[in-house]
Structure formats: C-alpha cells, structure tokens
Design a protein. Structure first.
Length: 236
C-alpha cells in the first residue's frame, strides 16, 4: 500500500526534552492507523507536526506528498483534524458553528447529515462552554469531517465518550475507511487499537518501537503484553 502520511527521522525538542527523537512511521492510504503509546510518548506532537501546527527541528514530514508546514489552502482542505485541545469557540452553538465552518470548503459535506450522524442536534441549543466532554468530542469530530477529508487525524477521539458513543465513533471510522479515507487515530486503548487498526504504530519516548499490520505486530501474543514490554524498553 502507498503511504498517505510519512514521518522520517523526525526530531522535536522542547528545552531539554526530546519530544520526538528520530521518529519514523507511515500511515498507509485508505487504512486506519492506530498510534498507541503512554503519556509523554510524543503522539500529540507527532500529529501536530503532521498537520502543520508544529515544525520539526529536523527530519521529514509528508502528508499526501506535501510538507504540511508549508502547505497552502488546497492541501489543508484535503485534511481533517480533531485535536485533544478542541479549539472550539466557547460562545458558539453547535449547529451554527458547523454551518459557519462548512463555508470554508468548496464542496463541504452535508452539515445536517454529519451532525445527525454524531448526535449533535441533541445538544444544538447549548453553547460550547456548557457542553459535556463527550458532547464536545462529538462536535469536534463533526467539524473535522466537514471538508470530506482524504486524510483524517483524530487525537484520542473517544476520550470522554460513554460506551454507546465510543461504539458510534468506531463504526463511523470504519465507514470512512471503507469509503477510502486514510485515518490516523492516537489512543491509549488496547481495545480501540484492536477493533480499528489495519496498521499499528507503538511509540515510546519519542520513538517508534513497533510498526506494521496489526496481526504482524502482535503475532500470537497479546497486544497488551507486547505494549508493556516494548514501552518499558523504549523508556529505558
């Protein structure tokens, strides 16, 4: 499979801390890549480099064969992003916000359909500041889908969701994959990785400690056992 996302020997330092220490991994086109790792592994920093919110100190980042740090609006319209920080304006109401964001795209998705798929109309009359954590997650994911992205980055997309909400989001991610969308999901959840991943990346201490198709990486053992073995070594 061709790679829609490639990080090669990427380094990013904050003071004395190496957030990314020669990180390399790929996300195959049309597949779900799960990026698994402990807190501080560099997952969010890697995603922010991949969407152009940070510039690596060295190394190469390519998304759809383009450097996201210097990409123009045409490239950015092909990429959907849902970050942990959300970035949603507190005073806005959900549907009006989605309608506003849709106007930034030449051929946006149907706002009502996207919102309905994620249950946004259920809390449409509430301002963002008064939404629950799970409701904000649903709204942020809806916003990321408005441009019909070819590549979708989701940083812990089910954090704060109840069990029904998690299943809804996982079903949606599978549907997007079946439609050809490349999706990169960062997670702490073994269950999420096992349910979703076509391709798995395990990170520790700013480095990749395992990568490949899920079945190949895990083999005959368990993902949980492999993860703890590799991340302890990676942190050493």
């Amino acid at each position: 499979m061709t790679a829609a996302v490639t990080l090669s020997d990427v380094r990013r330092r904050f003071g004395a801390v190496d957030a990314l220490d020669g990180l390399s991994w790929t996300a195959p086109s049309g597949a779900v890549t799960a990026v698994l790792g402990p807190n501080g592994a560099g997952k969010t920093t890697a995603i922010e480099c991949a969407v152009g919110l940070q510039r690596p100190d060295s190394g190469t980042v390519r998304v759809l064969d383009t450097d996201p740090g210097t990409a123009g609006p045409d490239h950015r319209a092909r990429v959907g992003v849902m970050l942990q920080s959300g970035g949603l304006p507190n005073g806005a109401k959900p549907m009006r916000l989605l309608q506003h964001l849709a106007r930034f795209y030449a051929e946006p998705a149907d706002v009502d359909a996207v919102a309905a798929r994620l249950g946004v109309p259920d809390f449409a009359g509430t301002t963002v500041r008064r939404l629950s954590g799970g409701q904000k997650q649903r709204l942020a994911l809806a916003a990321a889908l408005l441009g019909r992205p070819e590549v979708l980055f989701l940083d812990e997309p089910v954090a704060g969701l109840d069990p029904h909400g998690r299943l809804d989001v996982w079903d949606l991610i599978r549907e997007l994959r079946d439609e050809g969308t490349t999706t990169v999901v960062t997670t702490h959840s073994f269950e999420e990785a096992e349910r979703l991943a076509d391709h798995l990346v395990i990170m520790s201490a700013g480095r990749t400690v395992a990568e490949g198709p899920l079945a190949d990486v895990v083999g005959a053992g368990s993902l949980e056992e492999l993860y703890f073995s590799l991340t302890r070594k990676g942190a050493a």
